[in-house]
Write a protein that binds this ligand. Sequence first.
Ligand SMILES: O=c1[nH]cnc2c1ncn2[C@@H]1O[C@H](COP(=O)(O)OP(=O)(O)O)[C@@H](O)[C@H]1O
Ligand SMILES: [Ca+2]
Length: 477
Amino acid sequence: MEHEKMIKRNKQQLHGGDSSLSDKIHRYRGVILVISVPVLLICFVLFVMPTSEYSESMGGSVNRKFSPKFGSRNYAVIFDAGSSGSRVHVFCFDQHLDLVPIGNDLELFVQKKPGLSAYASDPAAAANSLQSLLEKAEDVVPVDLRSNTPVRVGATAGLRQLGGNASDKILQAVRDFLKRKSSLKSKASWVTVLDGNQEGAYQWVTINYLLGNLGKKYFDTVGVVDLGGGSVQMAYAISEADAQKAPKLSGGEDTYVQEMYLKGAKYYLYVHSYLHYGLLAARAEILKVTKESGSPCILTGHHGSYKYGGKTYTASAMSQGSSLTNCRMVALKALKVNESACTHMKCTFGGVWNGGGGDGQKNMFVASFFFDRAAEVGFVDPNVAVAKVRPIDFESAARRACDTRIDDAKATFPRVDPDNLPFLCMDLVYQYTLLVDGFGLDARQEMTLVKKVKYKNSLVEAAWPLGSAIEVASSMN
Ligand SMILES: O=c1[nH]cnc2c1ncn2[C@@H]1O[C@H](COP(=O)(O)OP(=O)(O)O)[C@@H](O)[C@H]1O
Ligand SMILES: [Ca+2]
């Protein structure tokens, strides 16, 4: 009986009866605590789980540093202050370090000519020449993200060649310009002349990122060549054993190999940038060989001059006209293929170690002026993003160009800018000589000329700024 009463009382209390709600909470606080702690824990785990999954699958130091905020978007604005023009690239990355669309594309890309180095005597005008590019870049960054979006300016061979005071003044004017005119996040140290090796490494990262190669073994990556106006870079991944063989400078420092961690893989990247050997700079080097006597590389019948880097060179045909064979001999001299430093190591040209070759170099992605000239003379469709060619294609095109008189050149090569026609034999001979005698590629080896690379069904420019943006995005929190 006594027991029955107790049960009844408990039932009454559970179903309300006359006791107050706060009394009940107080009485059952232990039970509530025991139930709520695991429930809250489960909610917390469910909330953070997607983030931890991403960071685990990303691996690699680049990605580990990357902000794992769920749903985060990071924009990066990169100015490429090239020797022949200025360009701006805007990218947007998600938390996987994947490119996400900006409007209909994966990148905003705008360019204009001339480059900053054309305003050597007027730094403020150089900086102001970036105005229209800056406006277009800012337009595509959401207003609330602008103050947290880094803007970097990397100047390449144009300012490298200008050197010292003139280049510093232009950089300072660009820093002031960004501070005054830009709503983006700018820092003085983000406006620099890019070291040539850095430029080559970024180009390698760009191409291998777009091809989905990052994280793979070095022998599954591709090598790159980027022929600009002022300098040319080659970069490819090598084995650790080959990296140990890199020649050291007197100070013991290794200027040839960069160690990089990308998507969990460690790479030894052989890189070299050759200042004065971009296509437009090389014209000056080639004209210097023959001086005033006339050049076998200038189209028959042309008499003129060539201005580069503030100097003027005689650019006239010889009386016997242009010739592939003779132009090649001059180009070989300009390239300095047989330097004395190269008796104890394998060289490209100008006394530079060749990196030892290997599987990271078996597929070469060759960009910039290589693509442009190939498209202009017609052995590559100008509307495609990539094309497979061989060095001998440049030689065949060179033969045609060297055999053309200046008066017939416009009709024979309608796509070539008239200002470039007198130099067409020279440019194509140089390109062939650079690949085969300079870089030591087999004349019949297939390589990929690249303007853009397809990534998630969009085309992205095959240029160094993406590599720089990846580095920026990787370090953002
Ligand atoms: O973003 C790009 N997309 C495609 N081609 C580019 C891009 N940037 C530069 N180029 C190529 O590089 C050539 C000029 O090189 P640039 O002016 O950058 O010289 P530099 O690299 O020696 O400073 C252009 O004619 C163009 O073919
Ligand atoms: Ca360039």
